[in-house]
Design a protein around this ligand. Structure first.
Ligand SMILES: NC(=O)c1ccc[n+]([C@@H]2O[C@H](COP(=O)([O-])OP(=O)(O)OC[C@H]3O[C@@H](n4cnc5c(N)ncnc54)[C@H](OP(=O)(O)O)[C@@H]3O)[C@@H](O)[C@H]2O)c1
Length: 215
């Protein structure tokens, strides 16, 4: 696949490295040309501007900038990402592990509104970059499950393939209207981990205790 990554920080480094290793043609685009070039060199990708990343990402564009910059970055690239799969991994977290989008549309929905015609898929926002670095992320013998929220079947299929490339298992999280739940889940988890030092993984019981009829 041809994958563009808008942003040249931690997530760009990790996801770009993993997808390059999986054989994809990755271009990392940053506002700082030197930083993007240095990162691309390290991970076996190409480098360019943010716009060049969006142009390159014929199959998918990963938005890897802070949420505070995401709407303006995507608005600038709106024409270029039209008709493309736009992967949103942002977490709109404010101080106190709360969502700055609380009470309104999710970050993913705001990004979709800023880039009409792009197929936004919310993914990869629940885990720290150190998790995506693992080859593969398997915990207690179970591969990490990655929930996806989006409305476009083709875009979802693309992101499912990219999830599998990481050695993870994609899980259907529902339409883009449910992306806010993924963002709220990240806020809860990060608050438990960073705020309380709690083992957040322990909050969910095994499936057989979920109270649903599995027959
Ligand atoms: N890190 C994680 O563990 C993790 C996990 C899940 C989700 N996320 C989400 O992934 C996204 C990226 O996180 P990260 O850790 O990769 O961040 P990061 O290391 O701080 O990198 C952010 C990148 O965005 C660029 N950027 C910042 N403001 C910009 C602007 N106004 N215009 C254009 N580019 C701008 C930065 O450019 P410069 O290099 O020029 O500063 C940098 O290349 C965030 O939304 C975060 O919530 C992160």
């Amino acid at each position: 696949m041809r994958i563009g990554i808008a942003g040249a920080g931690n997530m760009a480094r990790v996801m770009g490295a993993r997808w390059s290793q999986a054989g994809h043609d990755v271009l990392v685009g940053g506002r700082d040309a030197g930083r993007a070039a240095a990162l691309a060199d390290q991970i076996g990708a190409r480098a360019g501007t943010l716009r060049e990343a969006a142009q390159h990402g014929r199959d998918a564009v990963l938005l890897a900038v802070p949420y505070s910059a995401a709407i303006s970055v995507v608005s600038e690239l709106a024409n270029t990402v039209r008709g493309r799969t736009l992967i949103d991994c942002t977490n709109p977290l404010a101080q106190g592990f709360v969502l700055e989008t609380w009470g309104g549309p999710s970050a993913a929905e705001r990004l979709a509104a800023a880039a009409p015609g792009a197929s936004v898929v919310k993914a990869f926002n629940l885990c720290h970059e150190s998790v995506w670095r693992l080859t593969p992320p398997v915990f207690g013998g179970r591969p990490l499950a990655v929930p996806l929220c989006g409305d476009d079947a083709l875009a979802l299929e693309t992101v499912r393939l990219l999830v599998r490339d990481l050695g993870c298992v994609p899980v259907n999280g529902g339409g883009l209207g449910r992306a806010g739940l993924l963002e709220a889940t990240a806020a809860l988890l990060i608050g438990l981990w960073a705020g309380e030092g709690a083992d957040a993984q322990a909050i969910a019981p095994p499936l057989e205790y979920a109270g649903v009829d599995l027959a």
